[in-house]
Design a protein around this ligand. Structure first.
Ligand code: C5P
Length: 216
């Protein structure tokens, strides 16, 4: 069974500040995207990892990871994933992961691939700890809500069909919603606090602290 990962790293990273896009910025001793790349590459069931980068980032990629398979992404995350799917050709299973979630525990990949045996897709999620309210002020019950992370795991045929069928004028913030739009089922497995996304400048220090604590 061939399992391929797509690491999307083609965002502009502007909300994180800095002179280089955040995915190439140093974090806990390596460029941010190398953490996710190494975690995926070293998993025994992952056969190949394709990195999706922005146009003009080829040199930065080579400096960070050496000679690795890559594709050029698009203006949105959805387009970047589609470009990764087109580059990898045929596979049985696909893991799609954000470079902006650098610390990827092996156990999460194990849970996703196990769930994929019985479902069309599998995603990691964590319970919501905060009280939620709508902007109107009405409170929103948090029971039954999860915060969704990546990697997200799919059978190749399903995710390829979902991307092909998705209306080009609509955005999708993750891939699982595209699968559900076609009636396919997506399991939620336990995510990890290590997988928090790095978006703003302050997230770097918080992520380094989490990483340091996990290494002790
Ligand atoms: O912008 P945000 O942090 O939500 O992006 C999530 C992931 O998707 C990041 O790893 C980012 O590099 C990637 N992305 C992409 N192409 C885009 C936008 C985001 O590969 N056009």
């Amino acid at each position: 069974m061939k399992t391929v990962a797509i690491l999307v790293a083609a965002g502009s990273g502007t909300r994180a500040g800095g002179s280089v896009p955040k995915q190439f910025a140093p974090l806990a001793g390596k460029p941010m995207l190398k953490h996710g790349f190494d975690a995926l590459t070293s998993h025994p069931e992952v056969d190949a990892v394709y990195v999706v980068i922005g146009a003009g980032q080829e040199e930065a990629l080579r400096a960070a990871l050496g000679d690795v398979p890559f594709a050029i992404g698009g203006a949105t995350r959805r387009e970047s994933v589609a470009s990764g799917l087109a580059a990898l050709g045929e596979a049985d299973r696909v893991l799609i992961h954000d470079a902006a979630r650098p610390f990827l525990p092996r156990a999460v990949i194990d849970r996703l691939l196990a769930a994929l045996e019985a479902h069309d897709g599998a995603i990691p999620g964590l319970p919501v700890a905060d009280t939620l309210v709508a902007a109107s002020g009405a409170s929103v019950p948090r029971d039954g809500l999860v915060r969704v992370q990546t990697p997200q795991a799919f059978r190749y045929a399903g995710i390829a069909r979902a991307h092909a069928a998705w209306p080009g004028d609509q955005e999708a913030t993750d891939d699982a919603q595209m699968l559900r739009a076609l009636g396919m089922d997506v399991a939620i497995v336990e995510g990890s606090p290590m997988l928090e996304k790095i978006t703003h400048p302050a997230d770097f220090a918080a992520a380094e602290a989490r990483h340091g604590a996990a290494m002790r």
